[in-house]
Design a protein around this ligand. Structure first.
Ligand code: BDP
Length: 636
């Protein structure tokens, strides 16, 4: 079975949303207060799952309406307790935390106070001191609410934040899912229902990323920045657009600084271009001895009246690079780039999909150790901090929206299309300025065999293309093969695994046919975006048998032989499925999760990791320039 992904290459966007989503950063005019740690928590176990709303649990402290437990934020709640019903809970859960807000934020009416949730899966409603401040539909992207007026109502009260989160997936969510009630009393307990999903990872839920309070000035502030970069010879170009919100008239000044803090270009006005002499380009890891070079763009707003001057300052990291796609190559800074990398998941023991710095840094060290220059955010947008790490380390990213498991015909209507577009819009708004992001992935393996007139998700890629069409490096969607929206064809295939299981000898012929057919049809470069085999660490057999470490190694080697022939022509990358083992629903094909990782879930290498390490470093040696510190492997 060949499975096709949809991908769009980058770079700028015209957005439907009317406000920006800049990552909260401290500056001379902005403060950030993290609200991570222990929150009070209760799952609404009432049969309707609606008791919390009926009894208005948000109106007073959560403990006053019933028992609460400690719940860490960020983290999925599923694996935190010993309660099996919480592990698979579907419905509303309630989080609450009281926060001490700095007095000045309350007394100074000129300060804008914003509450931001990095992500909560899937549907969230947020109250502050019992007043609803926002709700958000979607499990992987940030949302915000301005809360100054609410906390100023009673300056002496603590600020009580209540967040209700519902992980129920419907035919219109991304990813989609259905709830199935089992009403036969001879077979199931009363009220028994299951959440059906059509994707292969556990539907972890809860507040997955940081919750923050941050401030900006109120009279005016930098709401959004878009940069699109280019270069010619030695000169770099940063085209920028700044959107300012607020009532006061303000002056805008932009300064681009190099790593040493020296100003290399400056400008004023909300739209313009900064020219950088002797530009240091942003290069991927292993393509240049100094990868991931970032400038810093200081956006400075000032307004003065007779009495005082006020300002807003925002610092945006900027990597200057270009992305182009020909019929056979993917070019970064006009040089051919070959993706030798991994597919990942946000997934680990205990935390589930919860953001965790030690895990992230470990994963980056492992990717760099094995010589991976890229990864795909299968199958949803990852935390912004991960993309920031990619920018800094030069790890190239295919940024995927949560359009995975779109299989049911009922998920192909207008409501699904509308939601898909909003999610893509939110994704581009959040990630458009990351130099590491070189491609958008619109969906993984939707039922693209549906004819175009019925296929709203194919329409999503068309609309999405219209959205980003004024841009310089626009690519076109792939997942709907007849549609002319393709820059890069991404193919997932599992020869000798899901097809002809156990017969390694089919791989060379089937993989060759796969590549030749897709290339003949579209004349677009192709990435092998998934391939692999489930492997239980420590299980051995020679000759190789399925599920042993030897079999995983053999599958990889057979695939690699074909990649080596085709990469001379139009194959532009290979991404192993998967970087690490990850949790899935229970089922007869999964032994406590998907075991196709080349690392275990605890990030220990299986034998296949060493095969990839040897290969990726060899590919890097052939095509790129190794950084100076590779002489000192300990620093990896
Ligand atoms: C691929 C899916 C991925 C699965 C993988 C597998 O894209 O989500 O985990 O198959 O079955 O087709 O291991």
């Amino acid at each position: 079975m060949l499975r096709v992904l949809c991908l769009l290459a980058v770079v700028d966007s015209v957005l439907l949303l009317d406000s920006g989503m800049l990552f909260p950063r401290e500056s001379a005019s902005r403060e950030v207060k993290e609200l991570n740690g222990l929150w009070a928590f209760r799952a609404d176990i009432s049969p309707s799952r609606n008791q919390g709303f009926e009894e208005a649990w948000y109106k007073s402290r959560l403990i006053e309406s019933g028992p609460v437990i400690d719940m860490p934020v960020p983290a999925s709640y599923n694996d935190i307790t010993q309660d099996p019903s919480l592990r698979t809970f579907t419905g509303w859960v309630w989080y609450e935390r009281e926060v001490v807000v700095p007095t000045r934020w309350i007394t100074d009416e000129e300060i804008r106070v914003v509450l931001r949730v990095g992500s909560a899966h899937y549907y969230s409603v947020v109250w502050v001191n019992g007043v609803k401040v926002t709700e958000h539909n979607g499990g992987h992207l940030p949302f915000e609410a301005e809360i100054g007026s609410v906390i100023r109502k009673d300056p002496t009260a603590k600020c009580r934040i209540t967040i209700a989160v519902n992980n129920t997936l419907t035919l219109e969510t991304l990813p989609p899912g259905t709830i199935q009630y089992m009403n036969d009393p001879t077979r199931y307990p009363k009220g028994f229902f299951v959440q059906n999903i059509f994707f292969d990872f556990f539907n972890y839920a809860g507040i997955h990323r940081s919750v923050l309070l941050y401030t900006t000035p109120k009279a005016f502030y930098v709401d959004d920045i878009t940069v699109v970069t280019d270069f010619s010879d030695n000169a770099g170009l940063v085209n920028y657009k700044v959107s300012v919100k607020g009532s006061a008239a303000a002056t805008l000044k932009l300064t681009l600084m190099d790593k040493e803090g020296h100003c290399v270009a400056s400008s004023s006005g909300s739209v313009g271009a900064l020219k950088v002499a002797d530009v240091k380009l942003w290069w991927p890891y292993l393509m240049h001895e100094n990868p991931g070079y970032l400038y810093s763009l200081e956006v400075h707003l000032t307004a003065a009246n007779d009495k005082s001057t006020s300002e807003d300052v925002y610092l945006l990291p900027v990597g200057i690079r270009t992305v182009k796609v020909s019929s056979t190559q993917f070019l970064i800074n006009n040089k051919p780039f070959y993706f030798h990398g991994v597919n990942k998941h946000e997934d680990s023991d205990i935390r589930g999909k919860g953001f965790d710095w030690p895990l992230i840094v470990k994963d980056f060290n492992l990717m760099k150790w094995m010589g991976a220059n890229s990864f795909r955010t299968s199958h949803y947008p990852y935390a912004e901090e991960i993309l920031q790490m990619c920018d800094q380390h030069g790890i190239v990213v295919i940024d995927e929206c949560p359009g995975v498991g779109i299989k049911d015909i009922r998920s192909f209507g207008n409501a699904s299309l509308t939601h898909h577009l909003v999610v893509m819009d939110e994704l581009v708004r959040r990630d458009k300025n990351h130099p590491s992001v070189v491609m958008w992935s619109v969906a993984n393996e939707p039922a693209s065999e549906m004819p175009p007139e019925n296929n709203e998700h194919a329409m999503a890629s068309k609309h999405f293309q219209d959205l980003i069409s004024p841009l310089q490096h626009v690519a076109r969607c792939v997942f709907f093969p007849q549609a002319p929206y393709v820059d890069v064809v991404c193919v997932n295939s599992y020869f000798s695994w899901y097809h002809d299981p156990g017969y390694l000898e089919v791989i060379p012929i089937q993989l060759n046919t796969q590549f030749e057919d897709w290339y003949a049809k579209y004349q677009k470069p192709i990435i092998q975006s998934e391939y692999g085999a489930d492997t239980l660490p420590g299980l051995h057999n020679d000759p190789p048998l399925m599920f042993t470490e030897e079999y995983q190694q053999a599958v990889l080697q057979h695939y690699h032989n074909v990649f080596d022939q085709k990469r001379k022509h139009y194959v532009i990358g290979e991404l192993i499925w998967n970087f690490a083992d990850f949790m899935t629903v229970q089922g007869i094909t999964r032994v406590v999760g998907n075991k196709k990782g080349v690392f275990t879930r605890q990030r220990q290498p299986k034998a296949a990791a060493f095969i990839l390490k040897e290969r990726y470093w060899r590919l890097a040696n052939e095509t790129g320039k190794l950084p100076y510190w590779t002489k000192y492997p300990c620093s990896l």
